[in-house]
Write a protein that binds this ligand. Structure first.
Ligand SMILES: Nc1nc2c(c(=O)[nH]1)N[C@H]1C(S)=C(S)[C@@H](COP(=O)(O)OP(=O)(O)OC[C@H]3O[C@@H](n4cnc5c(=O)[nH]c(N)nc54)[C@H](O)[C@@H]3O)O[C@H]1N2
Ligand SMILES: Nc1nc2c(c(=O)[nH]1)N[C@H]1C(S)=C(S)[C@@H](COP(=O)(O)OP(=O)(O)OC[C@H]3O[C@@H](n4cnc5c(=O)[nH]c(N)nc54)[C@H](O)[C@@H]3O)O[C@H]1N2
Ligand code: SF4
Ligand SMILES: [Mo]
Length: 900
């Protein structure tokens, strides 16, 4: 057995992992006790990473090409695939110029991958059409930092949780989206209960539940809130005038602006009590150290830069920056969003935090790359880029490590763009994503555990990742694919020698050293780093200039900011409402976000059965009063419609939202449900400066659908079947597929339709589930009631099931199958006209604790019998391993107490 140090590939907390492998296969994963982000802990997603490593039929293993749009892709050699790409790119560049091609990348690439792609686009091809999914994620944070502090650098670190006296968490569901950071916050609060926690979020999340003061603001109203907090600070003399005087400019303009933001006025705009705004302002300003944590509730907005800057204003006005426990700390989403920002991986940035608009910066980059110049016009940013593809202005697009058909707003238009493009190259680890369906060339990428490189987490901390195993099939590391393509493209452009000189990398570290050298003298200087330093000294926070012996824990401790005069800038911006306005036709505010156990488009987490047990299907959350008015019951199928598009899914009551507000998880897409997912509903409005789209808001209406007939199909032990079910999802009014169970995954397919589908229609689906094997399948048909059941038994166990017409027994059957129980229990039921499970045989319900497989029903039963948290942890063991479910258990306890 072998052990390899790496990091978790999911969120920006950047937890260190130790990968266990045996004979070239990943067999286990555990938290790295020495890693400074997590000290050995992992959340539900990180601790199940090894379960995603088995190649289960969805990984991309070989290059595939098609020569015509209408053709099916076929397997090809690397040579053929890359030559095809190089020929087509060269022809388009020659005929239409470099801006007719584009690269669309990802904050989940390693820094080395990112660096090579950026150099390929901006250096070799000569286009700034190099943008990434960070445009959907962090670009408002980038622009917010630059507008105020002068550089894109989160100044604080995780250790600051232990020094903060006030934590201001806004637009971040840290408990779900950055779980191990949240564990550290819980520990800090337990050690120092006097630390005040303020949470600002339109939804009462697990994070909000943790707060001492919770402000349930109306969507998009943050700027009004922060401006009002500053108003209070000014009125009550809580600002740090000495700091303002010595280290900032622009305060007078801001002071004039916030005059009108009285707590009463802002309270009405934000929908919160004026008294709560007063309290928030006092806690923030008076505490010895205030740390803000924020994420997409601020960034994904048409006024994302203003939201970021209005919050940073509060830190500057109170001097809450540059000291332990204080500062504006934007949490990064993806594992290496920060690395992407370092290499300048956005259409308006250049390497090492250089600015495209600055001629000297452009000259420096050209010199580093050994070329005459780099283009000066900013390239197209994500939303604009796909619109340009749709319009035919950009003709070829290279997409790596992101799934834009799912994640960009306006899914319908994005898919049109992908259909219309002359050439779509998709460099992916998984072959079955919504975007891969549009690839003319699919290039298999090595992924987690299979490649070497570096990543930078939220607190600027760089970790060196080692490969634990070889990539499957012919998959190759992303930087290597990009470099190989670059050399081939260069020779077609008559620059073979240049191509060799720019992209003749022999290994990942050669790329890394070039990146490090490019940062020399910049704010993020890491010229002192290489892989050996990172291996010997462990992960390091930038800057780490040549000659340093340790990274930099905290920035701006001397009050000097990276602006021309060394002073930070106040940013005066007034409140503006969300772009997509509600009105009588579209009366609801919809927001979108993350679930605890799924990652984005689910290409990886959607292969692990237990990660479906906390939330098995996409649900629209709605306030119970709004449901009552519309005559909706839990589980009813509804059509959510916006001015952009529509989506059908089941509704559930939720008291986490105010009346008039709705929520859909972002994860489900065409791989797992009928319809395109949440982004079918979101329009393309974006922030004028950061160009980040308003993914957190759409105005929508909700109509009840009449789908009276339904079918459930279950199959045990064949997870690869999941991918093959995708085409069937479209056959129903609403459908979804997924997994259930734990060690013996059960594939679940659910479909609903307006009227009964004829028995013979099922032939194809039945065959996929083995339910056409008539000698092993029990069949019950009740034509008068349009109910039918099929149960296949293999070796005394239930192997597959189809219930149609009525599906009430699905929960019970799923659990029987997952547990491997004998088929005897169902034999009588299968052949009888009843559709509901036998008396007393209900399903266990949602699984709250993934580590110990503890169901909500069990926890609620113990709570009713008087258990507290310690008792629950003692008897059921829930919440005693990764801790991700502890916030939710506390909520169940609180609800139990309230119920008496
Ligand atoms: N489990 C899991 N974790 C993840 C990810 C994942 O897919 N799954 N993805 C990672 C990535 S890339 C990212 S970017 C992060 C995102 O991390 P977060 O930003 O924390 O997650 P979200 O759920 O997208 O949104 C956060 C909150 O913003 C709130 N919000 C909506 N509108 C507003 C508003 O106008 N103002 C304020 N103040 N709040 C608002 C939402 O109600 C939501 O609770 O998560 C990372 N971690
Ligand atoms: N409605 C709505 N939309 C959103 C958001 C929201 O909150 N609401 N959030 C936005 C945000 S913050 C983000 S970050 C985006 C995320 O959106 P995406 O980037 O589209 O999401 P992922 O599913 O993470 O896509 C990453 C892809 O890379 C593949 N992959 C994994 N490892 C590798 C590898 O090593 N190499 C290569 N080449 N491929 C690999 C995965 O299989 C996956 O398909 O979504 C955005 N879209
Ligand atoms: S908090 Fe969870 S998802 Fe994020 S890096 Fe750590 S283990 Fe991975
Ligand atoms: Mo993100």
């Amino acid at each position: 057995m072998q052990e390899t140090r790496s990091t978790c590939c999911y969120c920006g907390v950047g937890c260190g992992v130790i990968i266990e492998s045996d004979n070239g296969r990943i067999t286990g994963v555990r938290g790295d006790p020495d890693h400074p982000a997590n000290f050995g802990k992992l959340c539900t997603k990180g601790s199940t990473l090894h379960l995603t490593a088995a190649v289960d039929g969805t990984r991309a293993l070989y290059p595939e090409v098609r020569l015509e749009k209408v053709a099916e892709r076929r397997r090809a050699s690397w040579d053929e695939a890359l030559d095809l790409c190089a020929d087509r790119f060269a022809a388009i560049i020659r005929q239409h110029g470099p801006d007719a091609v584009a690269f669309y990348l990802s904050g989940q690439l390693l820094t080395e991958d990112y660096y090579v792609f950026n150099k390929l686009g901006k250096g070799l091809v000569g286009t700034n059409n190099v943008d990434t999914n960070s445009r959907l994620c962090m670009s408002s944070a980038v622009a917010g930092y630059k507008a105020t502090l002068g550089a894109d650098a989160p100044p604080a670190c995780y250790a600051d949780f232990d020094f903060a006296e006030c934590l201001f968490i806004s637009g971040s569901n840290t408990a779900f989206a950055h779980p191990i950071a949240f564990r550290r916050i819980e520990e800090a609060k337990a050690a120092r209960p006097e630390m005040k926690v303020i949470v600002v979020d339109p939804r009462r999340t697990d994070t909000a539940e943790f707060a001492d003061l919770y402000l349930q603001i109306l969507p998009g109203t943050d700027v009004a809130l922060y401006n009002a907090m500053l108003h209070v600070m000014l009125w009550e003399g809580l600002c740090d005038n000495a700091f303002i005087e010595a280290h900032t400019v622009g305060f007078d303009g801001l002071k004039a602006l916030v005059r009108e933001y009285t707590p009463e006025m802002a309270g009405r705009t934000c929908g919160v009590a004026a008294a709560d705004i007063l309290t928030a302002a006092r806690w923030f300003a008076r505490s010895g150290a205030t740390l803000s944590l924020y994420c997409q509730g601020l960034n994904q907005s048409c006024h994302g830069v203003d939201k970021n800057a209005a919050l940073i204003n509060l830190h500057l006005a109170t001097g809450q920056i540059g000291k332990p426990g204080a500062g504006p700390f934007s949490l990064t989403g993806q594992s290496n969003a920060m690395g992407g920002r370092e290499v300048g991986g956005l259409a308006n940035l250049l390497s090492a935090h250089r600015d495209m608009a600055n001629p000297q910066h452009r000259a420096e980059v050209a010199q580093l790359w050994g070329i005459d110049s780099v283009p000066e016009q900013p390239g197209k940013t994500a939303v604009e880029l796909f619109e340009a593809i749709r319009q035919g202005e950009v003709k070829a697009v290279w997409i790596a490590c992101t799934n834009p058909a799912f994640s960009l707003p306006q899914s319908g238009l994005v898919r049109q763009a992908l259909e219309q493009a002359e050439l779509v190259v998709v460099q992916e680890a998984y072959a079955n994503t919504d975007t891969a369906a549009y690839a003319d060339v699919l290039l298999p990428a090595a992924s987690w555990g299979e490649k070497e490189g570096t990543v930078t987490n939220s607190e600027r901390c760089i970790t060196h990742l080692n490969a634990a195993v070889q990539p499957p099939g012919e998959a190759r590391p992303d930087w290597d694919i990009a470099a190989e393509f670059a050399r081939r493209l260069a020779s077609r452009l008559g620059k073979a020698e240049l191509g060799q000189r720019m992209f003749g990398y022999d290994r990942a570290e050669t790329v890394y050293l070039e990146h490090c050298a490019s940062t020399r003298g910049r704010d993020l200087d890491i010229s002192g780093l290489n892989y050996a330093v990172l291996d010997e000294q462990g992960p390091q926070q930038w800057p780490y200039p040549a000659g340093a012996t340790a990274g930099t824990v905290r920035l701006y401790e001397d009050g000097v900011f990276p602006t021309a005069d060394g002073r930070a800038r106040f940013h005066a911006a007034g409140y503006l409402p969300v772009a997509d306005r509600v009105d009588a036709r579209f009366p609801f505010h919809l927001t979108t976000g993350r679930l605890r156990d799924q990652w984005h488009g689910m290409s990886r987490t959607g292969t692990v059965a237990r990660l479906f047990n906390h939330a098995e299907e996409p649900l629209l959350s709605m306030h119970p009063d709004d449901m009552a008015v519309r005559g909706l019951r839990a589980g009813d199928l509804v059509k959510v419609g916006s001015r952009e598009g529509s989506l059908i899914l089941p509704v559930q009551p939720s008291n986490d939202l105010r009346s008039g507000q709705l929520y859909i998880p972002m994860h489900w897409n065409g791989q797992f449900m009928s319809g395109m997912g949440s982004n079918a509903l979101i329009n393309g409005s974006f922030d004028p400066v950061s160009r980040q789209p308003e993914l957190k808001h759409a105005a929508v209406r909700v109509e009840k659908m009449r789908f009276d007939w339904q079918v459930v199909m279950l199959k045990r032990g064949d997870a690869a079947l999941l991918a093959r079910l995708q085409p069937w999802l479209k056959e129903f009014g609403y459908a979804r597929c997924g997994l259930a169970g734990r060690d013996n995954p059960v594939v679940v397919f659910y479909g609903a339709a307006e009227s009964a589908m004829a028995e013979k229609w099922f032939a194809g689906l039945d065959a996929m589930f083995g339910l056409d094997e008539l000698d092993t399948t029990m069949i019950y048909n009740d034509p008068s009631r349009t109910i039918s059941k099929r149960v296949r038994v293999v070796d005394g166990h239930i192997d597959a099931v189809r219930l149609s017409g009525e599906t009430a027994a699905q929960g019970w059957l799923k659990e029987l199958m997952a547990s491997g129980a004998s088929a005897e229990a169902v034999r009588k039921w299968a052949l009888a006209p009843v559709a509901t499970p036998p008396a007393g045989q209900a399903g266990r319900g949602r699984i709250i604790c993934n580590c110990f497989d503890v169901a909500e029903n069990d926890i609620v039963r113990e709570i009713a019998a008087g258990a507290d948290l310690a008792a629950l942890q003692g008897t059921l063991k829930c919440g005693t391993s990764c801790g991700s479910c502890v916030p939710e258990i506390k909520r169940l306890l609180a609800a139990g107490k309230a119920a008496g």
